[in-house]
Design a protein around this ligand. Structure first.
Ligand code: PSU
Ligand code: MN
Length: 309
C-alpha cells in the first residue's frame, strides 16, 4: 500500500488491504450509526451482524472510524465495542471535523460524509449504511443541510441506503442532489423508499434491478470522469416495515419536541433517532437494524459485481 498518497494518515486492516491490492470486493461501513445512531449494546450487536451480511454477500467489510487520530479502515471487534460503549461521547466526525480530530490524535465516529472521504482515500468504492443525511425540515429558517449531500457531489463512492428519512425534507433533498448531479437510483422499486417505510411517494431518477446493473452505472460514471457519488436506495423488506401513517405522526411529534428543546446542528439526527425509538417502543430501532443488514448484503453483491467488471 506504499503508493497510496494518504499512507501517512491511513491504517488499513490487513484483510482489507489484501482485498484492495487484489482488486477484490470491499464494502465500507460507517461508525456514527454505531456511536450516535443506536443505543448500546444493540449498536455493537448490529455492527457485527452488518459485517456478517457483507461477508455472506462475498465481500470484505471495512468499518471506518478515526482512532487516536488515525484513519482506520477496518475495525476490530474490540474497537467497535469501544466506540459503541462510549456512544455519543465519541466525536461525531464529518468533513469539517477530520483535520482537527486527526491533528489532536482524538477518536471520531465517521458520518456518511467522513466515511466516504476515508473510503475513497483507501480505494473503496461501495459503502453501505442505513440513511443518509439531507436537507432538514425547516431549512428556510435553519439552513441545516447535511454535509453528506455535498460529499455525494464530490467523492467517488456509491452509498447504498434505505432512502431519505421523512425526518428530513425529502423533496428538497432530492432537488439538492439533482443540482449537484448525484444520481438517485432505486434498487428493485419504482418509488424512493423513506427508511422505515418502503415507499416515500417520490419517484427516483433511475431504477436498477441487479447488482451488475448498479456496478455498470458506477463504473461508467467514474470512467467518464464524472466525479461524485451515487445513491442506491433499497426499500426496507416488507416484513420489517413500519406503518407509514403511524411513523409520520411519531416523526412530527419528535420534530416538534426537538424545536421546543432548541436542538440544532449535529445533535439533530441523533436526537430524532432516539426520540423516534422511544416513541415507538423500540420498533423503529428494530426496523433500522433490519434495513441496514439488508443494505449491507446488497452492497456486498454490488461490490462483487464491480470487482468483476
Ligand atoms: N441516519 C440514520 N442513522 C444515522 C445517521 C443518519 O438513520 O446514524 C447518521 C449518519 O452518520 C449520517 C449523519 O451521515 O447521521 C448525518 O448527520 P448530519 O445530518 O448532522 O449531517
Ligand atoms: Mn446538520
Amino acid at each position: 500500500m506504499s503508493n497510496n498518497p494518504f499512507d501517512e494518515f491511513l491504517e488499513i486492516a490487513p484483510e482489507v488491504a489484501s482485498a484492495l491490492i487484489a482488486g477484490g470486493p470491499v464494502v465500507a461501513l460507517e461508525s456514527t450509526i454505531i456511536s450516535h445512531g443506536m443505543p448500546y449494546p444493540r449498536n455493537v450487536e448490529t455492527a457485527a451482524l452488518v459485517e456478517e451480511a457483507v461477508r455472506d454477500g462475498g465481500a470484505v467489510p471495512a468499518t471506518i472510524a478515526v482512532l487516536n487520530g488515525r484513519l482506520k479502515v477496518g475495525l476490530s471487534d474490540d474497537e467497535i465495542e469501544v466506540i459503541g460503549k462510549r456512544g455519543t461521547d465519541v466525536i461525531k466526525c464529518s468533513r469539517r471535523d477530520l483535520p482537527f480530530v486527526v491533528a489532536g490524535k482524538m477518536d471520531g465516529a465517521t458520518t456518511v460524509a467522513a466515511t466516504m472521504i476515508i473510503a475513497a482515500m483507501a480505494g473503496i468504492r461501495v459503502f453501505a449504511t442505513g440513511g443518509i443525511g439531507g436537507v432538514h425540515r425547516g431549512v428556510e429558517q435553519t439552513m441545516d443541510i447535511s454535509a453528506d449531500l455535498e460529499e455525494l457531489a464530490r467523492t467517488n463512492v456509491a452509498v447504498v441506503c434505505a432512502g431519505i428519512k421523512s425526518v428530513l425534507d425529502i423533496g428538497r433533498s432530492l432537488e439538492y442532489l439533482e443540482t449537484q448531479g448525484v444520481p438517485v437510483v432505486t434498487y428493485g422499486a419504482d418509488y424512493l423508499p423513506a427508511f422505515y417505510v418502503p415507499d416515500s411517494g417520490f419517484t427516483a431518477d433511475y431504477r436498477v434491478d441487479s447488482p451488475a446493473e448498479a456496478a455498470r452505472a458506477m463504473k461508467i460514471k467514474w470512467d467518464m470522469g464524472l466525479d461524485g457519488g451515487l445513491v442506491f436506495a433499497v426499500p426496507i423488506p416488507d416484513e420489517f416495515a413500519l406503518d407509514k401513517t403511524e411513523i409520520d405522526a411519531v416523526i412530527n411529534d419528535a420534530d416538534a419536541e426537538m424545536r421546543r428543546q432548541g436542538i440544532t446542528g449535529k445533535d439533530t439526527t441523533p436526537f430524532m433517532l432516539a426520540s423516534i425509538a422511544e416513541r415507538t417502543g423500540g420498533r423503529s430501532l428494530d426496523a433500522n437494524i433490519q434495513l441496514v443488514i439488508n443494505n449491507a448484503g446488497i452492497a456486498a453483491a454490488m461490490a462483487v459485481a464491480l470487482a468483476n467488471l
